[in-house]
Design a protein around this ligand. Sequence first.
Ligand code: TYD
Ligand code: MG
Length: 453
Amino acid sequence: MAKKPSFTCQACGAAHSKWSGRCEACGAWNSIVEEKPLSAGPASKTLGGRRGTPVMLTDLATEEAPPPRARSGVEEFDRVLGGGLVPASAILVGGDPGIGKSTLLLQAAASFARNGLKCIYVSGEEASAQVRMRAARLGLTDAPVRLAAETNLRDILTTLEAEKPDLAVIDSIQTMWADNVESAPGSVAQVRAASHELTSFAKRHGVSVVLVGHVTKDGQIAGPRVVEHMVDTVLYFEGERGHQFRILRAVKNRFGPADEIGVFEMTGGGLAEVANPSALFLSEREKPAPGSVVFAGIEGTRPVLVELQALVAPSSLAQPRRSVLGWDSGRLAMILAVLEARVGIPFAGLDVYLNVAGGMKISEPAADLAVAAALLSAREDVGVPPETVVFGEISLSGALRPVAQAENRLKEAQKLGFTTAIAPAGSKFGEGSGMQVRTMDDLVSFVGEVFGA
Ligand code: TYD
Ligand code: MG
């Protein structure tokens, strides 16, 4: 029986029975290609493959320990990698154009090179002279990094095979071009092929590769999601335009904790590490005002204090505005609904704006209570008590749920001069943070105690 042709979206992997210009599953254009079905396998008696020899797990233990991770000395970068660079690993660094990916990786490569690693920086976007100019601006001209300007994948792999570096940076994966794939550089098929070649090269030859990937408007690495599956570690480099803060965030890491962040500041001389992000995020804080609340959060393994700002104003729209920056809009809708249904405070007819200061993005549900506090403070035009941090998760019933690492949150707050914390009852605080903690069971008692309503 002849097999039906099968068409697969190269961006999301969805299968279709016929070709079309746009994938209905993910919305990508020109991503559907025909994939020839595999010929029927050999009869089961003679599979015809080569026999491998599985190794006993217990035998592996006697082998020597894995080679140590290489540290760049850029603490914020090493931490996001999970404590340094694992040999023969493949890392994807994604981010908006112009956010500073090339700057970050040139600086990181230079630091690794100064620590004795052999590093090659392959630029498909700039000529070597331009990269050198950038390096001069960053004060890196003494670092023994090898530069190459090349886009042909075959040439790059041949070079890497001959040079045998410890680390190769490919900037960017969208400019790479495999001559055995018939589509333009930057297309899904090319990005996929180039990523596959480079990651398997990394494993075979013990070279760590860093792939730089541009992100599309909706925040995905241009081209296939499958690239994220191919690599060991996926890092996103984020920041708001107009802010000098940049955050390197691990979203996947086979060799370390995901959700770890590294904080940098873009300066005239490149990216500077920010060892104490809380101080930086709060440094822009004006006088405490209604609508402003400090949230004691945890990012990865580190406590980080950030300011949440809310504005609530009468709306002239039939459907009032709900505008959020740095937090999930669905979660905001939920908190507004809980405030209305469980505490009887309506937001109908009011525009609501919520902003996480400093260009941070928060994904922790532990920010719920701080968001509710900011919203109420803005709505009632009453400031929360000064020198106070807030954290806690809100459930649909209006109850407050304890969150993890309460003690670390308190310690960080105390370090930055805060004296009081508002937290859910049942949180585990440990001993002696020196903070005064006001615990509450539910949103109703929170509103009563803090806003006297
Ligand atoms: P770049 O690393 O080229 O971004 P990407 O590779 O992500 O596209 O960074 C570009 C921006 O960074 C550019 O707007 C200028 C700014 N920049 C500085 O502010 N200071 C510096 O020292 C450097 C090198 C760049
Ligand atoms: Mg660049």
